[in-house]
Design a protein around this ligand. Structure first.
Ligand code: SF4
Length: 356
């Protein structure tokens, strides 16, 4: 939990761990609870008004309360979606996307800087994996978004109510910190986001899917499937060379059995790759009888990769084929098209602009 500047990152600690750390600093244990509450409210040391000023200054020398700041924000003129570029303390950046729904406010967070999975349709992986995020940094993304939401609304601030682990990074490739983060969400006196409001998206790291089922957390598992068979999947997802769709399906059935929750399959449509009627029929056959849902995503074109999006008609026909075969399906709301809405695009754009 040491950050780049060798200060202790407090946001990744449970209330008990933080209290232990406070006692080790020679401070009374009740300060641990106070600081924990402040941190989960998104407040930095300067704002911890029930702590003596001298104590705050001393803490600042050795510890970090808020490890994520918003470096850049883009608000979509189309639908109000906000894309954040979050700055981490070591100078790295990750992205997050804030969306308002009827049921609440959802934040899509990143779990790694970059990603080593190499999916061809994704901009986050173009420079490979830089590093894992800590649990405290994942929590920090939410706290930063909450600070943004409360600006000018001190009386009745909105807060992030739903979290999607679908930004840059493969969450199950950063397993221990992701699980720690999920536990932090339900700590008493903490941020208190129900794990039923959390979705985790994986490209299909099969052994970790079994591990995750054993954690017995009521998180919705989303699987980036993007193909009805291994041959097509291998064209866009290198991970398909390691685990087959059959193995992924078995791991999904196990997850459904263990948690009682349906699995969501993400399917990004790309012309000439996976969007034909035959592909839809094969997908329906693959998922027949499974407690699942399909999320169709009309592809955002990645400038650096040679993949085409699809027409409205293709999306409609694909959906129709699935529906006729009784597969639950929706088309993902296209959000923030005008703000580099897809995963990795804003970070890349910023890197490009800073390194012309
Ligand atoms: S889609 Fe997800 S798993 Fe694949 S490269 Fe992008 S961030 Fe990584």
């Amino acid at each position: 939990m040491e950050n780049a500047a060798n200060k202790t990152e407090l946001a990744g600690m449970t209330r008990e761990e933080l209290t232990g750390w406070i006692i080790a600093q020679g401070l009374p244990s009740f300060r641990g609870r106070q600081i924990f509450e402040w941190i989960h409210r998104g407040v930095d040391f300067d704002g911890m008004t029930n702590l003596p000023a001298a104590m705050r200054e001393k803490l600042k020398e050795t510890a970090v309360a808020q490890s994520v700041e918003i470096r850049l924000q883009r608000i979509s003129a189309l639908d109000g979606t906000v894309k954040f570029l979050f700055a981490l303390r070591d100078g790295n950046c990750v992205e997050g996307v804030l969306m308002h729904y009827k049921y609440g406010v959802s934040l899509c967070i990143s779990t790694q800087v970059g990603c080593r999975m190499g999916c061809r349709f994704c901009a986050s992986t173009l420079e490979g994996l830089v590093r894992n995020l800590t649990a405290g940094e994942m929590l920090g993304e939410i706290l930063a978004a909450n600070r943004y939401l409360s600006q000018g609304k001190e009386q009745k601030p909105e807060k992030v109510s739903h979290v999607v682990l679908m930004g840059s990074g493969e969450p199950l490739d950063n397993y221990d910190e992701v699980v720690r983060f999920l536990h932090l969400l339900r700590e008493e006196e903490g941020i208190r986001i129900s794990l039923r409001n959390v979705s985790l998206s994986t490209c299909g790291i099969v052994p970790r899917m079994y591990d995750f089922a054993r954690e017995n957390l009521p998180v919705t598992l989303c699987v980036s499937l993007h193909a009805p068979n291994d041959e097509i999947r291998r064209k866009t997802m290198p991970v398909a060379n390691r685990w087959s769709i059959r193995e992924i399906m078995e791991a999904c059935r196990n997850y459904i059995r263990e948690t009682g929750r349906r699995v969501i399959f993400e399917y990004a449509l790309s012309e000439g790759v996976n969007a034909g009627e035959k592909d839809a029929a094969e997908l329906a056959e693959l998922l027949r009888g499974m407690q699942c849902h399909v999320n169709l995503i009309p592809l955002n074109v990645v400038r650096e990769r040679n993949l085409k999006g699809v027409s409205e008609e293709t999306v409609r026909e694909f959906m129709q084929t699935l529906e006729e075969k009784h597969i639950s399906v929706t088309r993902r709301r296209e959000m923030g098209d005008d703000i580099e809405g897809a995963c990795g695009q804003l970070r890349r754009k910023t890197i490009r602009e800073n390194n012309p």
